[in-house]
Ligand binder design. Sequence first.
Ligand code: ADP
Length: 597
Amino acid sequence: MMSIAGRLSQLLRITRPIQTTSRLVSSSMTIDGNTILAESLKKQGVEYVFGIVGIPVIELSMAFQSAGLKYIGMRNEQAAAYAAQAIGYLTGTPGVCLAVSGPGLLHCIGGMANAQVNCWPLLVIAGSCPEDHEGIGGFQEWPQVEASRPYCKYAGRPPSARLIPLHVERAVRLASAGRPGVSYLDMPGTLLTAEVDEDKVPMDFYHADPVQLAHPSPVQVEKAAELLASARRPLIVVGKGAAYARAEAAVNQLVGDTKIPVLPTPMGKGVVPDSSPYVVSSARTTALLHADVVLLLGARLNWMLHFGQPPRYAPDVKIIQVDISPEEFHNSVKSEVAVHSDIKPFVEALSQKLAQKKVTLQPSSNDWWQQLKKKQDTNVAFVEAQANQKTVPLNYYAVFKTVQANIPANSIVVSEGANTMDIGRGILLNDLPRHRLDAGTFGTMGVGPGFAIAAAMWCRDYAPGKRVVCVEGDSAFGFSGMEIETMFRYKLPVIIVIVNNNGIYSGFDKETMESIQSSGDVTQCTPPTSLSTEVRYEKMMEMFGETGHFCRTVEEIQAALKHAATVTDRPTIINIAINPQSSRKPQDFNWLTESKL
Ligand code: ADP
């Protein structure tokens, strides 16, 4: 009788026989590169692989499964790279993205850059052409190590199958240690199929101990405490580095004791619950502009925090910067106190010092709190008024208010799109850390479905019953929409909400679009920001014999979300047609307003 491997080889029309469990077909004394790689990853604590197979990594994907790794086959390598980095952020251990040679690896580059810029751990592994075909026009030959290097902390090719465990250990350690980032391992087909003596492969030798937390210098803690104690308008900015550091208990203790106002960055949301009275997101501009001392916990003073410079900050603001990466210090402004530390031990030490100094603001009487509260009241009233306008077509605010009120409690929210992400950030609340995944520091569109697949896998394995809600602009959804099939195949109950305004930033209604397009050649007159009108994205569910939801009213959204919450073994698409011209509340500063210095 033909083996599973043989049948697979026949089905896939591959001449070389596939070895599902190469250990079984090898002689007892030898082991091949596929198996060494799979077992090495397992040894280093890797749990998930997201990828797309083809020559020369089909056997490798099966070796992963045989080694007990979870393999999730995706539809596009870029989405696989997004999923692998999101699982890295959620678990603290790098996920693997597996790709084929040449174009497969090159499709991962956007995902690698996104992970590196977000400071998230990721390990990319790609097959490459056999070493003896290099330089003579090998199939999908490309200088893959060199191509990956600008996007990586570490990029290399093991020189022999025997040394694969060493390179895997190094790749996992470099992706996770210090400031997290990306590693790349290049695996020529000849290396994967190479057979070596099993007892010559040092599998156990290369297993490093976990890296210890970096503790702060007591001198720096004292300086930070003194500065905060003397501040009249202190502010704590919490970034996704604090979320990655699992520092939530320490940060909440600090905030509860001192009652210093807290401003989360987009993915810092939830470290301190959005519903906490100390979170001042609705007075963001005022908080940044008038703070005299900013305690920066795991966030960079890059474009997202307006570089820490005027006109968005007071010219004499003093920054206390806490980061695992000292290379980050003083990048855009000189920090008054720069502390090289993990967030958690620093915040614990600081809390003790501030308790000794009896630093506690009284929100009911403190002038700074009063100033912030006044601004919060005005902004909340504006949003509430917008959200209560239920006329059809709906505006963004009414949609998000309805979504927030009807999704399962403490869902992980994935969000991308321009207006969809910006407006949704203020209304879709996170009360738990690492429960928001969005376009991030690199502003990457197309991350949503990949992130949602990783988040749903994490829920399945670590928080059964918790739901993932993926709130997408229609343009953003288009980048990776086919991953709906991956969600369906792996029975992931992601609730996809598409906020559909027929365009990028904004679009047009059907009549206006028809009239614009009839005015000349479509390539000359179709607005580059527009997409087709009234696209029925929810009908993608019909590919699987299911029905999606198309909504125009608040009541229809409520009913769709109620139904989606009961579906636990497949994704749901809720396509909401909104006013194509709906926009954001006028801002004092545009998001990208930078320094005039
Ligand atoms: P945000 O987008 O939320 O503003 P950034 O990605 O800009 O956050 O910054 C995150 C920062 O957190 C990075 O500078 C990174 O080095 C730092 N970081 C990551 N992990 C830790 C940790 N365990 N302790 C301290 N800082 C950390």
